[in-house]
Design a protein around this ligand. Structure first.
Ligand code: SF4
Length: 491
């Protein structure tokens, strides 16, 4: 572990600099005093022609840098953009120094956040062309050309959906139970073997939340744009529990203008024909069946108890029942897996010809069951970037294009998660969720409500508790707050 001392003449940039250093060196330490391995010193000088940054790296590595930004004087930018650019230049200075000091370039440059596409749309909204934004991504944000191209492609695919969705409301319903906990997982997920007694009280609380929210939606004449049941593993519910939930949704929620209805079934071992028939009958239009890998040894290792045969049988049933859209997720970078394994999984997904394929890059998280420091050496980190390039080419050759993406801290090799689709089958909820340009009400366990303010073009967030017992115990108070916020938002 290396220690860093960070200095900048502009106050309020310590966290900004630390985040940038951590993107390069995830285990970096920032002691308040004493000797450190590295010292980074930045000076930002505003003048009439724009901004100039001077930086110095000293200690175990040495580098110096000076660069200007004259582009910020473009009249399309306003005062907020000028302040924002100062922060970006600080990150640009830190990254440039660390790369000159011998660290590898980061694929996503100074875009350290979850949603790199937000900066893309921000610049497009200011009036820059796609080609201009792409160029800025490389020169100002230091993305490698391949990622600048990917982001441009994704951004352009998404823009028509902003108009289509407008400022409508979508709903996410979280079912926070799973058969077992996958070793890499950090989501709201409670294994049924230990938490089965919480399911019924949870469902009763969820029914109450749906009823109360639907009353407000009815009063205000609102219709839903998309509905997404995720988790956890929603298909863990018994057929009769699932029927009651789907029935309640159909009876109460305003689905008349719904563009998409997704159930994230997730684990193939929780699905059977009866549940699938129910989902189809209640109008589910998009279903996710996620193998993550088709290597049986890895499946066992990651704590997923389904077989490849179960995945194949489930996919056949989904196809037989003519669900309009099938999504399948896979994870790249699972311990013990090689390029051949990833390729075998991708080939199997391509053979199914599901409408959506989502490529996730493993992101070791502290909240996961696995101690990632123990399995680290088994992750073929150095191969991930090149294989993703190959996968992208194969998906493109099979008529899939990328339509949404996001990043996670600590993703293996600094890569991203990216959703691909056959033409016309974009998962609209995924775009809404990532780009945050309309309100999403989060119901159920771990449901995150995002309140979009069309004037400020900003979202604020209110989470539901992840723990099903806390959720059930606090349901009245949670719903009362949500109802009052919703009434303010729609009036
Ligand atoms: S099925 Fe999904 S939510 Fe459940 S434990 Fe596995 S990764 Fe987590």
């Amino acid at each position: 572990m290396s220690s860093y001392q960070l200095q900048c003449n502009l106050a309020g940039n310590q966290r900004n600099m630390e985040n940038m250093v951590r993107a390069v060196d995830p285990d970096a330490l920032f002691p308040a005093e004493g000797e450190t391995d590295f010292k980074i010193d930045l000076t930002l000088i505003p003048d009439e022609a724009g901004l100039t940054c001077r930086g110095k790296l000293s200690g175990r590595q040495q580098a110096e840098v000076t660069f200007n930004d004259r582009e910020i004087t473009d009249p399309r930018y306003g005062t907020t953009a000028y302040e924002q650019r100062k922060k970006e230049m600080v990150r640009q200075g830190v990254l440039t120094l660390l790369v000159q000091g011998g660290n590898p370039q980061l694929p996503w440059g100074i875009l350290t956040g979850v949603r790199p596409s937000k900066i893309y749309h921000y610049l497009r909204d200011l009036g820059f062309t796609a080609a201009e934004v792409r160029s800025k991504l490389e020169t100002q944000f230091l993305l490698i050309p391949e990622k600048a191209q990917l982001l441009t492609e994704v951004g352009e695919r998404q823009r028509p959906f902003f108009q289509r969705v407008g400022t409508t409301i979508s709903i996410y319903i979280g079912i926070p139970f799973c058969p077992t906990k996958c070793n890499y997982c950090s989501f709201a997920s409670y294994p049924l073997i230990t938490h089965a007694h919480l399911v019924e009280p949870f469902l009763a609380a969820l029914a109450y939340e749906i009823d109360e929210i639907s009353e407000v939606l009815a009063q205000t004449g609102s219709s839903l744009a998309t509905l997404y049941i995720g988790g956890g593993t929603p298909s863990i519910l018994s057929a009769s529990q699932l029927r009651s939930l789907l029935e309640r949704i159909q009876q109460k929620l305003p689905l008349d203008r719904l563009l998409e209805y997704t159930v994230e079934a997730g684990r193939p071992d929780t699905l059977d024909r009866e549940k699938l028939i129910l989902m189809r009958a209640y109008g589910v239009s998009r279903i996710s069946v996620n193998p993550q890998t088709v290597n049986p040894r890895t499946l066992q290792r990651i704590g997923r108890e389904h077989s490849i045969a179960q995945f194949e049988a489930t996919v056949r049933m989904v196809r037989d029942l003519k669900f309009p859209c099938l999504n399948m997720d896979m994870i790249v970078g699972l311990p013990g897996e090689t390029e051949e394994d990833w390729d075998q999984t991708l080939q199997q997904l391509l053979a199914v010809q599901g409408e959506n394929i989502t490529l996730h890059t493993l992101a070791p998280k502290r909240a996961a069951t696995w101690d990632f420091t123990r399995v680290k050496q088994e992750i073929a980190e150095e191969r991930v970037a090149s294989w993703l390039r190959v996968a992208r080419a194969q998906l493109s050759a099979n008529n899939y294009y990328p339509y949404y993406l996001y990043r996670q801290r600590r993703s293996v090799a600094g890569q991203e998660n990216c959703g691909y689709t056959l033409p016309g089958w974009e998962g609209i909820y995924n775009i809404i969720m990532m780009e945050e340009r309309s309100t999403v009400l989060g119901l159920g366990g771990g449901g995150m409500s995002k309140w979009f303010d069309p004037v400020q073009q900003w979202v604020s967030r209110t989470p539901n508790p992840k723990c099903p017992a806390t959720y059930s115990g606090r349901i009245k108070e949670l719903v009362a707050k949500k109802v009052s916020k919703l009434l303010t938002a729609v009036n």
